[in-house]
Design a protein around this ligand. Structure first.
Ligand SMILES: [Zn+2]
Length: 328
């Protein structure tokens, strides 16, 4: 079962989240493997997308925001796009676009940052966005302070967190064909009641990024190995890392409350896409074949429109069937 475990360190300005995606992650992989257009992901891309998926769940669970969190890499290498979307209820989906083939041992930069112009974007899209309202988006490069290519996706995100939220964050991410998992440790701002279980804030050292407690816990977190993150359960990991700390855990989010695969595609959304394609383009496709077929890259659902369907879309754009969510 896929799980989210939140915890904090009693009396310290530090909190954490541990995410383990099992069934939700395998669902993403098996749908891709069953997609005859694309086929299964090569291992390095599978692992990158898994790390991104775990990271997106960590970030969604770490913010109070009523909307979708979308994590994207716009690559300049063979991987053109990798995208993960996590809804507030932890319904999630992910996909990636690969042109050509990948070496079995391809690094992050060989996949998405060949010319050092790859980008990572984090978008927060409010649930009930008003017309004209823009979603919030932050974009970071895939290189470090000295323009050196970053080879760990967790380093890219740590950079982002420091820049956007001004919060020290330590991330450990790992994925294989069974599990996508991540650990996030974050220093809390000292103002207000940052640490709910905490007593009075200790000192103002925190304001200048010199918090010793955070540093100690972050160092412990960084010793977590890929194998441990992929194979051990949450209690074992937290005990192994923080046995000497006073960890306060919350009830895990799992099952219906936890991360689960969910696609938000629908026939109506695809209809709108056809509408923006234009009647001419649709007609030229229909001259060559009986149906226009549109497949969802996230879930593999195939939508078919014959000449009558297409005519209805273009004649009555305001009378599309109402949104019904995913149809599968
Ligand atoms: Zn879909």
């Amino acid at each position: 079962m896929s799980e989210i475990h939140k915890f904090l360190f009693e009396g310290l300005p530090v909190r954490g989240v541990l995410v383990r995606l099992t069934d939700a992650w395998r669902e993403i992989l098996s749908r891709r493997a069953n997609n005859t257009t694309h086929g299964a992901y090569p291992v390095p891309l599978q692992n990158l997308l898994g790390e991104m998926t775990a990271a997106a769940v960590l970030m969604q669970s770490n913010i109070k925001f009523d909307g979708a969190l979308v994590l994207q890499i716009f690559g300049d290498g063979p991987v053109k796009l990798a995208v993960v979307e996590v809804q507030p209820d932890f319904g999630l989906r992910a996909t990636a676009t690969l042109n050509g083939t990948l070496d079995e041992a391809a690094s992050l930069s060989q996949m998405v940052n060949v010319d050092n112009v790859g980008r990572c974007a984090i978008t927060l899209d409010p649930q009930n966005r008003q017309p004209g309202q823009q979603p919030y988006q932050g974009v970071v490069p895939l290189f470090g302070d000295n323009h050196e290519k970053l080879e760990k996706f967790s380093d890219v995100l740590q950079h982002y967190m420091l820049q956007s939220e001004q919060l020290d964050t330590t991330l450990v991410l790992a994925a294989d064909d069974q599990v996508a998992a991540g650990l996030l440790i974050q220093r809390l701002p000292m103002q207000g009641v940052g640490n709910l279980a905490g007593s009075a804030p200790r000192a103002h050292e925190d304001d200048i990024g010199l918090n010793e407690d955070y540093k100690r816990i972050a160092l412990l977190a960084a010793t977590l190995k890929r194998e441990e993150l992929l194979t051990l359960d949450a209690s074992t990991i937290l005990h192994r890392l923080f046995w000497d700390e006073s960890v306060v855990r919350f009830d895990p989010l799992q099952g219906e409350q936890g991360p689960h695969f969910a696609c938000t595609c629908s026939r109506e959304r695809v209809s709108r896409m056809l509408l923006s394609l234009g009647a001419q383009e649709a007609e030229s496709i229909l001259q060559e074949r009986p149906d226009i077929e549109v497949g969802c890259d996230f879930c593999g659902q195939q939508y078919r429109f014959d000449a009558v369907d297409a005519a209805l879309i273009f004649r009555q754009p305001d009378q599309l069937p109402p949104a019904t969510g995913a149809v599968h």
